[in-house]
Design a protein around this ligand. Sequence first.
Ligand SMILES: Cc1ncc(COP(=O)(O)O)c(C=O)c1O
Length: 407
Amino acid sequence: MTLPATLPATFPLAERVGKIKPSPTLTLDAEVKSMKAGGKKIVNLGIGEPDFETPDHIKEAAIKAVRDGFTKYTPSEGILELREAWAAKFREDNSLDYSPDRMVVTNGGKHALYNAAQVLFGPGDEVIIPSPYWVTYPDQIRLSGATPVFVETLPEDNFVLKPERLLAAITDRTKGIIINSPSNPAGALHSREDLLALAPVLEEKRLWIISDDIYETLVYDEGVFCNVPMAVPDLMDRTVICHGVSKTYSMTGWRIGVMAAPREVARAAAKLQSQMTSNPCSIAQKAALAALTGPREPMRKMFEVFSRRRRLVLDLLRDIPGFETPVPKGAFYVFPDVSKILGDVRDGKIAGNSDDLSSLLLKECEVATVPGSGFGRDEAIRFSYAASEEEIKEGLGRISRFLTGSR
Ligand SMILES: Cc1ncc(COP(=O)(O)O)c(C=O)c1O
């Protein structure tokens, strides 16, 4: 007997899964990979994943862990050595003092954010998300039962959140805010001064602050990384830092992140994790330990490559008519405004919104980009420069020829 493709209404799923959608970036990535496997010469400027190999000393640490039989359960909040290594990182890089019991090692930065939302928010709460935002935040907030409230940030402010906009969005149900700097998708950086300007509102309104620092090490030009507790130490007891090794060490597949938080929050997250995933992979924890304690040279080299590509992308985008690209200060994305192109007819086809434009670029130029709609800004599209210089030149060359009608 074959089961029907759709379950009858008498077998309904839980309401919560109906409230969320699959990650648009991961969906696009899967589509691009399958098009490539089918022989298409797609240039992938959509992906948020460094294209470098994980450095050798990290891989070796994982191999050693397997050989040593480090293949059993660990404490569900992660091994002490790794939490101590994170504590050392926070002390040395950020002058923040976290004891290991204020930390939980998670299955990636995404899982740290998920834990934070589950532990801090629930039905009736509102959580502020500055827009444009990383695609995952709204759905994670919805999964906690709370309601995401979007506060627009503007290209003319370099997508920095301004205190008056934050204040205007706060109600007596507001319980928290997510700050991501440097940001995905805009590469926006909040300086110490920007955070100090927000501090009176954060303090007075007693908000939980989730600080997503995953792109901490990718800050360019004269920019300097800062987060809320670095700018305002008094707010450390209301901040949850979510971090991870994916972007800094090119370790996206290893799935190791961390949450650093006030003790009760960290203990609650450890309890949640003990009933949900147990420990993150023991082998990947040893690899992350090698990443945090090993040589920094491979990371410095990756950063230099990203810096060169950023310049290249900005130079090439400047020459494409209709793209207006704010200069990003961090991460590995650019987020040009494309509103001048939307509504135009190209080769008889119209791109009415960012989804149409990204689809058109994928179909006509075989270049993958991510529409701004998923990030809360439909008049933009996101390019990632986690791709080689050749791919960047090829991809943007194809788009330029298509948009100028010169192909
Ligand atoms: C802003 C932001 N936060 C967190 C993550 C999570 O990264 P991971 O779960 O791979 O550590 C990502 C990944 O794309 C991201 O862009």
